[in-house]
Design a protein around this ligand. Structure first.
Ligand code: CP
Ligand code: NVA
Length: 303
């Protein structure tokens, strides 16, 4: 593994290896065991979109690993004024040991990796959110003990979260059922990947998708960059809510996960959110541990 650009690039073994290391790093951190595996290393973090969890968890994670993280907002670096990503990649490669980027087009992340000479980590694009889904898989495994054989359900927009959950879930042996309005399906290349799995279902019926689920995910109806479509989307997603009624058809011990930020009363009912808050904030915490594992895998002994 040289980069983390999208989960499609990872094997099942890569994913399980990251989850195992994440569990170990979490244990070490909770027990005060030093784990400065990236002493003296620097991570550049480019943000072209807002962030709370990704920014804080990468920066804290890098500190805990003995390294340093640089927050580079689009407003401050020359990329925001049009300096090409290819040049940014080559410059940062001369100073730093890794780059985390949150941006719009997946191609920018792929270009950074192609032109740079250091590991690149995707901190969210319009296409996918691999770091989030590694934390999600870690959280499910922590709560349920296994991944293989469980049923994951996703309700809502066929967005970056849906795309990564489908790939991450299927690669780790979960059954994946997705309910989206027809006009808001996941990306064609993700559906193309999923079509070979007989435990994948795409429907517009939320009750069909949630039936006997072990874990239900949802995400906002309008992602970052789609603020102008919010009203139109609110109409299209009417009825695509994770509610008490929906949970009735899932397994009695079904988990609820949300990558956050959440819009109560839209994609998730406020009561459901609070009833599952411990699982949801475990998920947020696990961003830290899963990303530390990714950084150690990529940056400790880069290939
Ligand atoms: N879930 C997530 O990526 O949160 P942020 O947008 O706050 O980083
Ligand atoms: N789909 C959301 C995820 C935020 C973490 C977005 O892209 O805004």
């Amino acid at each position: 593994m040289k980069h983390l650009l999208k989960l499609m690039d990872l094997s099942r073994e890569d994913i399980i290896g990251i989850l195992n290391l994440a569990d170990q790093l979490k244990y070490e951190q909770k027990h005060g065991i030093a784990h400065k595996r990236l002493e003296g290393k620097t991570l550049a973090m480019i943000f072209q979109k807002s962030s709370t969890r990704t920014r804080v968890s990468f920066e804290v994670g890098m500190f805990q690993l003995g390294g340093h993280a640089l927050f580079l907002s689009n407003k401050d670096i020359q990329m925001g004024r049009g300096e090409p990503i290819q040049d940014t990649a080559r410059v940062l490669s001369r100073y730093c040991d890794g780059i985390m980027i949150r941006t719009f087009a997946q191609k920018e992340v792929e270009d950074l990796a192609e032109y740079g000479s250091i590991p690149v980590i995707n901190g969210l694009t319009d296409f996918c959110h691999p770091c989030q889904v590694l934390a999600d898989l870690m959280t499910i495994r922590e709560h349920k003990g296994v991944l293989e054989g469980l049923k994951m359900c996703y309700i809502g927009d066929g967005n970056n979260m849906a795309n990564s959950l489908i790939v991450g879930g299927l690669k780790t042996g979960m059954a994946v059922s997705v309910a989206c309005p027809k006009a808001y399906s996941p990306a064609p290349e993700v559906l193309n990947f999923a079509k070979d799995f007989d435990n994948f279902v795409l429907t517009d019926d939320i009750f069909e998708a949630a039936k006997d689920a072990d874990v239900i995910f949802t995400d906002v109806w309008a992602s970052m960059g789609q603020e102008g479509e919010a009203a139109e989307r609110a109409k299209a997603f009417n009825g695509y809510q994770v509610s008490e009624q929906l949970l009735q058809v899932a397994k009695p011990d079904c988990m609820v996960q949300h990558c956050l930020p959440a819009h109560r009363g839209e994609e998730i009912d406020a009561g459901v959110f609070e009833a599952h808050a411990d699982e949801i904030f475990d998920e947020a915490e696990n961003r830290l541990h899963a990303q530390k594992a990714v950084m150690v895998k990529l940056m400790q002994n880069p290939q």
